[in-house]
Write a protein that binds this ligand. Structure first.
Ligand code: GDP
Ligand code: MG
Length: 436
């Protein structure tokens, strides 16, 4: 058929078939995706409620492409929830001091190296790494190994047990040697405890960094939220680094943390290698959390099923000469749901012409609907039995005239004939269009 019809089908396909049930189901799916991604239950629920309100406000059900609009609302809200635009680091001071904080094993030392490498590649930056994890000699060695890998100098003072003093000496060293970035790697413990909090707080107070970053393992899921809160209470940090996003984890921690501490997530770690660092983009993370492909195809599948089922039923009826006024009414109701009826129906060859005879506006439909409603179920399913006296009764009951009833019957017969004709060949696609 024509290009126009294809266009119409395209427009219609996304339309009309989404119902309140679909919306509810989609939201349920979204909530499940969030919970799967380790988002806190309460936050997930609040989120879907918000999306529902938005969906109602934007009249998803009567929009041209409800499925797509729904997905868009979900994604936009999720992106917003995670902070909108990507936020960078504040590196205006010389030197700019960046302090790492977080539990042991969260990825502080690895990320310190990654960030140094990332900034070094910007040419104007000359970073210095400072080793303030004084409890394990191996930790200092680890930072040196990292520094060698990326060709960045590492300042350390083995034997010195005072991390505050080392940090200060490191900054002095940077100033003396033309480093404009100082990245301070610190010690963490396996769980939040007072000693660790006191130590990081002392370093923080003494050096007053431009950027205090909280590094968190995204695989720790719900626990990450409590840890983030504890560190934020003490440090009022500037940003979050989400590491180990290369695994199966879907990154729900990003949402939960952002919701609880309201600080931007600035970078993500996606592997053990020094290159495995990315600026955090909320919209990309939204895709990841929703497994966007999944949700989109789910919505589409639900719609397709609906379409095909209805179209099949309708086809069977036509084949058996059972197409009646109830089906006609259903079609009208579908058509009425469309925003821009004239344009849409006009795009369907044949159907468009036929519908134009009825002069499409809501009032015109009112008359038709009234007439059909005044018919008995038997008359609806077997229009052939509508004789003169029945016409009179229907006209009276619907507040129309026998003439109008006649006109509708005539149009209905034309339509039935046309649909029977279309049974072969491209009929199936046409049915789909009619149905919508
Ligand atoms: P720290 O104790 O906070 O300094 O954590 P480390 O930097 O030593 O990292 C702990 C472990 O996690 C190491 O084995 C790292 O190689 C690993 N690691 C750190 N970041 C990532 C990441 O983004 N992805 C993966 N897969 N592993 C990471
Ligand atoms: Mg470390």
């Amino acid at each position: 058929l024509s290009e126009k019809l294809d266009k119409a089908l395209h427009v219609l396909k996304g339309h009309g078939s989404i119902t309140e049930v679909n919306v509810a189901e989609t939201l349920k799916e979204v909530r499940r995706a969030l919970l799967d991604a380790d988002v806190n239950f309460k936050i997930a629920k609040e989120f879907t409620n918000k999306v529902k309100q938005k969906a109602l406000g934007q009249n998803v059900l009567t929009s041209l492409q409800p499925g797509q609009l729904m997905v868009k609302i979900v994604k936009d809200e999720l992106t917003e929830l995670m902070g909108g635009d990507a936020e960078g680091l504040n590196l205006s001071a010389t030197p700019s001091v960046i302090l790492m904080s977080g539990l042991q094993g969260s990825g502080k030392t690895t990320f310190s190296g990654k960030l140094a490498n990332f900034l070094k590649n910007k040419k104007t930056k000359k970073p210095l790494l400072v080793a303030c994890d004084v409890y394990r000699p191996a930790a200092i060695d680890q930072l040196h190994v990292v520094g060698d890998q990326i060709n960045v100098e590492v300042f350390s003072d083995k034997g010195n047990q005072d991390p505050v003093a080392i940090a200060q000496a490191g900054i002095a060293h940077a100033k003396a040697n033309g480093h404009n970035i100082v990245i301070i790697d610190t010690a963490g413990r396996l769980a939040v405890d007072e000693a660790m909090m006191t130590e990081i707080s002392n370093i923080h107070k003494a050096i007053q960094p431009q950027e205090t970053l909280f590094v968190v393992d995204s695989m720790t899921g719900q626990d990450a939220v409590n840890t983030a809160k504890a560190f934020n209470d003490i440090l009022n940090f500037d940003g979050v680094i989400l590491t180990k996003l290369d695994g199966d984890t879907r990154g729900g921690a990003a949402i939960s943390i952002k919701s609880v501490v309201n600080k931007p997530i600035k970078f993500i770690g996606t592997g053990e290698k020094m290159e495995a660092i990315d600026v955090f983009y909320p919209s990309r993370m939204a895709d990841r959390i929703l497994g966007m492909g999944d949700v989109v195809s789910l919505v589409e599948r639900a719609q397709e099923q609906f379409d095909e089922e209805e179209a099949r039923k309708l086809q069977k009826k036509i084949a058996k000469n059972q197409f009646g006024f109830d089906d006609f009414l259903k079609q009208i109701q579908q058509i009425k749901k469309m925003g821009n009826m004239k344009d849409l129906v006009g795009m369907i060859p044949g159907a468009g012409k036929m519908m134009k005879d009825i002069d499409i506006d809501d009032d015109a439909f009112k008359g038709i609907e009234a007439i059909i409603h005044s018919m008995t179920p038997k008359e609806r399913s077997q229009p052939a039995i509508i004789n003169a006296s029945r016409k009179k009764r229907i006209g009276k009951g619907s507040g129309t005239s026998v003439q109008e009833v006649n006109q509708l019957l005539k149009q209905f017969n034309q339509m039935s004939k046309m649909m029977k004709m279309m049974q072969g060949g491209g009929g199936k696609r046409m049915m789909q269009a009619m149905k919508n």
